[in-house]
Each structure stands twice: as structure tokens, then as C-alpha cells.
Design a protein around this ligand. Structure first.
Ligand SMILES: [Zn+2]
Length: 645
């Protein structure tokens, strides 16, 4: 057997199935973009792995690999959606694509989109786009066990080992090919694959200009603007993946430091990695994040969670998916924003601070990286909620309603986590190992009941408790409100305040008007798939003179508020709401806190969200602020300016 140095392994796709509100979200995804993107984007997505002959009109259409990225990432998401939702219609869609795709495999093993006689087969996007498609195929293999699908991937990996030899490699995103390469190595033991992954890793050390070699990640200093943030999110896990095959600690350390330094400087409290004009930047109230970076960092957290066995990475998964991800989705799953920020008064064609029309909500942009990745992120999170290890122990890493069936284990998890911090695990049957449950790092206290009897379970160094017994296990995590002084010192340095409770960050929700429009897209949009300018709603001004009316408007903005600098947790009231609706539509939990009106904070007809002027904000009377989870909002204030009181 080939040695695998990973501490844990994710369960095969399909072993964890969504229940409760997670299932509701996947159903909305199916009825929304998840089940319909091939209709909205027929050229790029419906047609398996098309190339530049078909997509000339798309941006730099001479890149044959662009269609591969989009199609590959969409189907990697769709396949996970199909099997975590256990949906036959989606499984059929997946099967048609998989069969159509592998039929294109060339005699010499090549599988991708660089088929034309003049194709530049050493393009970065050849390896990158193909790697995206290989991830999709490997998920399909994992869920169905179809050997012909695995063999297609394996043969394609051998093509790369033969044709991308020596210095015929690239530095931007192509190195993602290491991921399917090592996956095939673990199954076949074929040394050519491992050697290629090692060569590529060393090649990056010598050649990269994107600070994405394992040695760059080992350096504790994070360099802003060093790399495309989404590409950073993909590259950062590759050294750890190589570690699973070699056992060389330096590779594992490299990925761990690479994530740690991003968390420290460039990840918002929502879990969003900052991407200023798509590149790595510092955290701050109006600093934007690209949706596809959510998906790519989430994948890296799932890998690192399994490889290291450390539960901190599943805390990162929860933070990202239960906050940043939800706050960038329209709740019916029919539109997402390419770029979002903690403070956003507008989400329109004009509102982005950094990148033209990218705050607008839409089902599919001309640059469709983000829409396709938005389909994947929640199913991928669910796939990563539990893992196993060589002793067949089962670990519950991230919480949410689901069912788990794997090697004798049969567990139903009932919970409204993260809106409530109680979890009931019904253990229907156990496997041969032990059950381990994560204690989130924010939980300073917790209680564990096994069949209603309290047990003393001590947390181990990786953040898990071991639980013996069958029947019903009840976990309760004790959360305290956290009032956080946001570190935006590399940016505006306004030191705003934010409010967290358990895994959730809270925002002042700004009432929004969703105004449809139909831009000139390459494929004409159908009436049921509009784009939206999302604009704030505020009380009308009674004044007949048009200019005076504009000027007076400023006083009416409900989002012009500030809070006292020295607020503490005891100033914040937690309200658990009685509701049984969909928790991203209706709040299950609210926070109440006293703030101040700040009528001079915003100009009367600003079109985008600005940082406040000055150190502290001029305020007038007190006002009670009701905050809801960030994920329920699309327009919001999350980082509150400090009041001058
Ligand atoms: Zn993107």
C-alpha cells in the first residue's frame, strides 16, 4: 500500500447528505443557478469542454483553457450538489457531462481544451483548466466508483508528465494540476506522478513571480498585491497535498503558514479573503472580496482540516460559509455578487470601489468564474463536515443539519447551528472506531449529554472530544458576545467595531430594492434571469424644492450610525427569535445594541460606500441598533465607525 501521511481523509462524496436548512439551500441552488447555469451560458457550460473556436467572444478568447476552467468548476460543483442533495435529475445532468467529456480523450491520453493544431499546449490555462475538470471527474468517480472515469484522469495525468517535462511549466495557476496528480498517485502508486508533482514544486521556487512557491508560503510575511487572491487560495494547499505523499514536514508547514498569514492580515471577520482588483489586500470596511476566492479557500480549509487533523480549519470553513458566502448570495440562489464588502450601502453597476460593475447581483457575468464557483461552495462545505482516519474513527468537524453514513456509522445530526449552539446527534449505528466531535474555538464552555446523562469529555490538542456510546448525544456550546475592534491598520485605520456571537458575525441590515435590468450579454438573457442593481431604501423627504430635497435626504439614511468605542459584551442583548422559516430569510437570532445617529457620515447622493472621514464620527441622538446575521444581508453596515462622544 502507498503510504499516505494525511492524518484524516474526507468521506467519499455522498456519505454526508444535507438536511434541514442546508437541504433547503441546496434545493434553492438546484432551482436557481446550480440547476440552470448551462441554459444561461450554453456555449461555455453545457457543451463539454469547448475551446476558443467556440468562445472567441469571451474576454481574451484566444485562451483555449478558459472554457475548461468554467465548465470544470461548474461540474465540480454540480456533481457535489447532486450527491449531497441526493437528487436524480442533477445526477443525470452530471452523467451526461462526464460521458461527453471523457469521450473527447485523445489517443495519447490528453483531455482538455487545447485540441486545435495551433494550440499553445504549454499555456498556463491548459494545466489549470484541465485540473478544474479533473477535480470534477474525481468527485464523480468517488461518488459512483466508475473505473473508466478514474482511468481517464490517470491517463491525462500521464500526458502531462510526458509533455510538461522540465521547464515546460507555468507559475500562475497551472500548478493546480498537482492536486489530481497526487490523487492519482495515492490510488496507483505510479512514481511518475509523484516525481512530476515534486518537479513542479521545485520549478515554482525557481521561477514564480506570484509568491506562490512552497518557500514563499513558508515566509511569515504576507505581501499585498503578490497574487490573485483566488489563485492564492488554490495554490496554498498544494504543498500540503504533496506532503501527504512524501511526509516532508516543510511542505505541510508551508501550507499552514500560508493560511495563517492570510488569516492575520487579509481575511475579514466574515471569513472573506480580501481581493482588491482581485489581488491580495488588507482588511477594511469597504475592502472587497471575489466570490470564487470563497470557494477556493474553503477547499483549502477542507484539505488542511483532513491533512493536519486540526479543527481550526473547520472553524475557518464555518466562518466563511456561514457569513461571507451567504452575504454575497441572493437568498433564492438566482444571483450572486462578484465582489462584496463588510460595509455596503449599494450593490450596483457603479458601486464597486475597485472593479467596474462587479458589485451588481447577477446569475452570470461575462467573467463567469464566480457564478460557477458559487454553485459549489455550500455542497463542498457539506462534503467537508466530517472525516475519518486510518483507524476508522469518525470526526464531526463542522456543524449543520445533515446525515452521515460511512463504514457502519449512521448518524443524524439535528441542529439549527450556527443560529443556535445546541446539536443533537442521533447515533443509529457505530463503526469500528470512536466518535470525535469538534469544540469550536470560540466556545469557552461546553456540555455533553449522552442519553440525557452529562459526561465529562476533555478537549484534545486538535480541538476534539471523544464520545463513547450510542443513542442520542447532545452538545451545547456556550457563546459570549464578542465586541471586536477591527484591525484595518494597513488600510483606512479607522478601527471600527464589529459584533460576533458564536460562529456568526452581525450586521445592520439596510432595506434593499432589487431593480432588474438586462445588460447586453453575449447570450441574450431570458426574462427570468435578470441582473439586479440593489439600492438602499430610506424614508422619503417631504420638500417641494428639488435641490433642498436632495440635501435633506442625508438626515434620513438609517445606515448613518456610529457606536461608542468602549462598548463591552454586556451592552449587547441577544434575542433568540421564534420562527421556523428559512434562516437566511428570517432571523433566528438578533443582537440589540445602543448606537448614535451620525447624520453627517454620508453625502446626500453618494453612489458607493466610503470610509468615514476623520478619526471618530460626529453624532447626535442615541438610537437602538438591531443587528442580524451578516448572511441575511446584501446591503449592510458590519464594521461600525466609532462615535465622537
Ligand atoms: Zn471569480
Amino acid at each position: 500500500m502507498i503510504q499516505n501521511f494525511s492524518k484524516g481523509k474526507t468521506l467519499p462524496l455522498g456519505a454526508i447528505k444535507a438536511q434541514g436548512f442546508l437541504k433547503e439551500q441546496l434545493e434553492r441552488n438546484k432551482n436557481g443557478m446550480g440547476g440552470h447555469l448551462p441554459e444561461i451560458e450554453p456555449g461555455m457550460i453545457a457543451n463539454p469542454f469547448i475551446n476558443k473556436t467556440y468562445v472567441k467572444q469571451w474576454g481574451e478568447g484566444d485562451q483555449s483553457g478558459w472554457g475548461a476552467e468554467i465548465s470544470g468548476n461548474y461540474y465540480a460543483g454540480l456533481i457535489q450538489l447532486a450527491f449531497t442533495l441526493d437528487d436524480d435529475e442533477l445526477k443525470t445532468m452530471a452523467e451526461i457531462w462526464v460521458n461527453g467529456f471523457i469521450k473527447n480523450q485523445r489517443e495519447d491520453g490528453y483531455l482538455g481544451t487545447y485540441y486545435e493544431p495551433d494550440a499553445l499546449i504549454h499555456d498556463d490555462y491548459n494545466a489549470w483548466g484541465t485540473a478544474c475538470g479533473m477535480r470534477a471527474l474525481l468527485f464523480y468517480y468517488e461518488a459512483t466508483g466508475r473505473d473508466d472515469v478514474f482511468d481517464a484522469v490517470y491517463r491525462c495525468m500521464l500526458w502531462f508528465t510526458e509533455n510538461w517535462t522540465g521547464d515546460k511549466k507555468t507559475c500562475y495557476a497551472g500548478e493546480l494540476i498537482i492536486e489530481p496528480m497526487i490523487a492519482c498517485y495515492h490510488k496507483t502508486g505510479d512514481e511518475r506522478l509523484l516525481q512530476f508533482a515534486k518537479d513542479y514544486t521545485e520549478y515554482l521556487v525557481e521561477h514564480t513571480t506570484f509568491f506562490n512557491s512552497y518557500k514563499d508560503f513558508l515566509d511569515p510575511k504576507l505581501h499585498y498585491n503578490c497574487n490573485h487572491t483566488a489563485a492564492y487560495g488554490q495554490a496554498v494547499r498544494l504543498p500540503a497535498i504533496l506532503y501527504t505523499a512524501t511526509g516532508e514536514e516543510k511542505y505541510l508547514r508551508s501550507s499552514e503558514i500560508g493560511i495563517k498569514k492570510m488569516q492575520k492580515k487579509s481575511v475579514q471577520l466574515t471569513g472573506a479573503p480580501v481581493s482588491v482588483t482581485e489581488y491580495v489586500g488588507p482588511t477594511g470596511a469597504v475592502q472587497e472580496s471575489e466570490f470564487c476566492s470563497f470557494t477556493f479557500f474553503n477547499i483549502s480549509y477542507i484539505f488542511l482540516n483532513a491533512i493536519t487533523g486540526k479543527s481550526i480549519y473547520s472553524d475557518y470553513m464555518e466562518q466563511l460559509v456561514y457569513n461571507a458566502v451567504q452575504g454575497a448570495k441572493k437568498k433564492d440562489e438566482r444571483a450572486i455578487a462578484y465582489l462584496t464588502a463588510p460595509n455596503q450601502i449599494f450593490a450596483t453597476q457603479n458601486s464597486s470601489n475597485t472593479y467596474h460593475n462587479m458589485q451588481v447581483y447577477s446569475p452570470c457575468f461575462p467573467v463567469s468564474c464566480c457564478p460557477v464557483n458559487s454553485v459549489a461552495v455550500v455542497p463542498e462545505f457539506i462534503r467537508g463536515m466530517a472525516m475519518s482516519d486510518a483507524e476508522d474513527n469518525l470526526y464531526i468537524c463542522a456543524y449543520g443539519p445533515c446525515s452521515i453514513k460511512y463504514k457502519g456509522w449512521n448518524i443524524e445530526e439535528k441542529t439549527m447551528y450556527p443560529f443556535r449552539n445546541d446539536i443533537a446527534l442521533k447515533i443509529i449505528s457505530t463503526g469500528s472506531g470512536s466518535l470525535f466531535c469538534k469544540i469550536p474555538q470560540w466556545a469557552k464552555k461546553y456540555t455533553v449529554l449522552v442519553n440525557c446523562k452529562e459526561v465529562n469529555a476533555k478537549k484534545n490538542a486538535n480541538g476534539y472530544i471523544r464520545i463513547n456510546g450510542t443513542g442520542v448525544i447532545q452538545l451545547s456550546f456556550h457563546a459570549d458576545v464578542e465586541v471586536i475592534s477591527v484591525n484595518d491598520s494597513d488600510c483606512a485605520n479607522k478601527r471600527p467595531l464589529a459584533f460576533r456571537y458564536g460562529a456568526l458575525l452581525f450586521s445592520l441590515k439596510i432595506e434593499a430594492s432589487w431593480n432588474k435590468f438586462y445588460p447586453n450579454t453575449e447570450t441574450q438573457l431570458k426574462p427570468e434571469w435578470p441582473w439586479f442593481n440593489v439600492e438602499p431604501v430610506y424614508p422619503k423627504v417631504e420638500c417641494t424644492d428639488a435641490h433642498e430635497r436632495l440635501g435633506l435626504r442625508r438626515d434620513k439614511f438609517p445606515w448613518s450610525v456610529a457606536v461608542k468605542e468602549n462598548l463591552s459584551a454586556k451592552d449587547v442583548l441577544v434575542e433568540l427569535c421564534e420562527t421556523d422559516g428559512y434562516p437566511w430569510d428570517e432571523p433566528f437570532i438578533k443582537l440589540h445594541v445602543n448606537g448614535y445617529k451620525a447624520p453627517l457620515l454620508n453625502a446626500p447622493y453618494a453612489q458607493r460606500t466610503f470610509e468615514p472621514f476623520g478619526n471618530k464620527v460626529e453624532v447626535t441622538e442615541q438610537t437602538e441598533l438591531t443587528l442580524v446575521p451578516y448572511g441575511l444581508t446584501n446591503l449592510r453596515i458590519t464594521y461600525f465607525p466609532r462615535a465622537d462622544v
